[in-house]
Design a protein around this ligand. Structure first.
Ligand SMILES: [Zn+2]
Ligand SMILES: [Zn+2]
Length: 292
């Protein structure tokens, strides 16, 4: 099962532009895993930069249209090209992120675990490594707000592609009716009994420390979180009406936002401990429980 996941990811990765180059580096030896990840991470940054250039050019044409009332045919064509370019960059970033996940799966000690709402929540919004059954694109997990009756979140897989202008597939994750296994490295914020972890997360001194750590990351770009509209990394920000607590005050917003420009509506709320632990682990290499 674990091997299948790793192989599946590796196969998809090889179809990407940088996949083969990185694959070569990695196959030279175990110590080169990190090098492979670094190369892929640099390629992700380049793709994000290219998407930023696409947005800047697009904005110029849009300003021109506002100024002149319409655009020349050649300009309209260029705008169309830019949209296509952005779609390609999105796929590329998806492939690269899948590649990074594949390399990590090969280089780390893995455990097999049953998919739980904590596992899903920890991966919310992150460009994950599941391939879309419709278009082969990268999918990621989305999380609903907390249901006020059950206190639970719902989850679904969402394809990041826009096929012919439509948002591609979503797949419901039904934790009650199916048991799914996932492979991942050991993680003190996800391993073991849920009650024990919850008790550790919610100790007042831990909440206080965690909250301060999260606050210190405000404004930072997180390249694992991508706005699918603009294909730009998202940044951690305070919500418009922060509740003042760790889980009701923060969200990810699109980094396309500029003063005087209409805001991008795509946001991801930070509202569970597994999400917070995952954010801290990705940005600072320590989650909540192992930092306490
Ligand atoms: Zn799709
Ligand atoms: Zn956006």
């Amino acid at each position: 099962m674990i091997e299948d996941t790793a192989i599946g990811l590796a196969v998809r990765f090889r179809t990407s532009k940088f996949g083969q180059e990185i694959e070569k580096t990695v196959s030279r030896g175990r110590q080169n895993f990190q090098q492979g990840i670094d190369i892929a991470a640099k390629a992700v940054n380049r793709a994000y930069q290219a998407a930023k250039d696409v947005l800047d050019e697009e904005r110029e044409y849009n300003q021109k249209r506002e100024r002149d009332g319409s655009l020349k045919e050649a300009d309209e064509e260029r705008l169309h090209e830019l949209r296509k370019e952005r779609e390609q960059l999105k796929q590329e970033i998806g492939n690269l992120k899948a590649g990074i996940a594949a390399i990590k799966l090969q280089s780390e000690t893995l455990i097999s675990t049953v998919l739980s709402s904590d596992e899903l929540s920890a991966n919310t919004g992150i460009i994950a490594s599941r391939a879309c059954p419709e278009c082969g694109g990268t999918m990621r997990i989305r999380q609903s707000g907390r249901d006020y009756r059950t206190g639970e979140h719902r989850f679904w897989w969402e394809c990041i592609s826009n096929l012919n202008g439509y948002r591609c597939r979503t797949l419901k994750v039904d934790l009650k009716s199916e048991t799914l296994e996932v492979a991942r490295s050991e993680n003190p914020d996800l391993d073991g009994d849920q009650g024990t972890r919850h008790a550790a997360w919610t100790r007042p001194v831990v909440v206080q420390q965690t909250h301060a750590r999260v606050r210190s990351l405000i404004g930072e770009l997180d390249d694992d979180m991508m706005c699918p509209v603009h294909v730009l990394p998202m940044r951690l920000a305070e919500r418009a009406r922060p509740g003042g607590h760790l889980l009701d005050s923060y969200q990810y917003v699109c980094s396309s936002m500029q003063v005087g420009q209409p805001n991008c509506g795509y946001t991801v709320l930070l509202e569970t401990f597994p999400q917070v632990a995952s954010l801290l682990r990705r940005r600072t290499f320590k989650g909540i429980i192992d930092a306490a």
